[in-house]
Design a protein around this ligand. Structure first.
Ligand SMILES: Cc1cc2nc3c(=O)[nH]c(=O)nc-3n(C[C@H](O)[C@H](O)[C@H](O)COP(=O)(O)OP(=O)(O)OC[C@H]3O[C@@H](n4cnc5c(N)ncnc54)[C@H](O)[C@@H]3O)c2cc1C
Length: 248
């Protein structure tokens, strides 16, 4: 057990900033949990040439642009990001988990591993791993739980099929398990028109919001401006080639 004289404490620490990790961070941060996403290296989606099976993009989208937009969305919703390699995740005092990086140690109530394709940092005997071919996966329950209290896994590293939207959806599902396991009251994350709940004599449920027409129009205009800016010019980055393909 690592004794921490603690430098930083978070509700949720997420390892990896691909579709699974960023979507998990979006959901836990929007639920009000203090969330940090730690990433080193590139999400594998940066190798894609054109992303055509993510809902909502009728003609597809540049996958590097998609990752930039998801990153931006996560940050706008209050999730913090750190660029660092996670070296170990171990038990800490007080029932927390300790996430050790090159930069220091972060103590967290919940850790979500989305670190395709690295499991080397998991120093906990109770985490079961499965090897298939050259890859290692983290065994999880339906809710993304591992054998260690507070430790979850999501996305490809948790054995999900190898598609962007599947990893993102699994990140959301596992994040909601964390939200339900935390002390945050019941949570829906809906934005409804004014009166949707209250004009039926109901309180607006926790995690939900009612907005009036003016606010709805303001948000729509903001989203249009943000999207127009993103789609003004082609993305500058080329796909990352597989490391075994030699430069021509
Ligand atoms: C060439 C190619 C084309 C593809 N095309 C498509 C497509 O058209 N449509 C589609 O749906 N899917 C496609 N995919 C698959 C898709 O990219 C993945 O299934 C999906 O991105 C997996 O997301 P993830 O969040 O689980 O993992 P990743 O996106 O890989 O994210 C994991 C992150 O964790 C980081 N990490 C790992 N270890 C550590 C550590 N110890 N500390 C900190 N960070 C760490 C990694 O560097 C990475 O940034 C393609 C994949 C490839 C390779």
């Amino acid at each position: 057990m690592l004794m921490t004289d603690q430098r930083e404490t978070r509700d949720v620490c997420i390892v990896g900033a691909g579709p699974a990790g960023l979507t998990a961070g979006l959901f836990t941060a929007r639920a009000g949990l203090d969330t940090l996403v730690i990433n080193a290296g590139e999400p594998i989606l940066r190798r894609n040439a054109h992303l055509e099976n993510v809902p909502g993009f009728p003609a597809g989208v540049n996958s590097r642009l998609f990752l930039d937009m998801l990153d931006d969305q996560t940050e706008r919703n209050g999730c913090d990001r750190q660029e660092a390699q996670v070296r170990t995740v171990t038990d800490a005092d007080g029932g927390h988990l300790a996430v050790e990086t090159d930069e220091g140690v972060i103590r967290a109530d919940y850790v979500i591993c989305t670190s395709w394709a690295d499991t080397d940092y998991l120093q906990l005997d109770a985490v079961d791993l499965t090897e298939r071919g050259s890859k290692t996966y983290i065994d999880v329950t339906e809710d993304g739980e591992t054998g260690v209290d507070g430790l979850y896994a999501a996305g490809r590293i948790a054995g999900q099929p190898h598609q962007t939207v599947v990893s993102a959806g699994h990140g959301a599902t596992v994040a909601l398990s964390v939200v339900h396991d935390s002390e945050v009251p019941f949570y829906h994350d809906w934005v409804a028109p004014e009166g949707y709940f209250t004009e039926r004599g109901r309180e607006v449920p926790p995690g939900c919001e009612e907005i009036d027409e003016a606010e709805q129009q303001r948000r729509e205009r903001e989203s249009m401006a943000v999207m127009q800016e993103y789609f003004d010019d082609p993305h500058p980055d080329e796909p990352t080639q597989h490391p075994s393909v030699r430069e021509g």
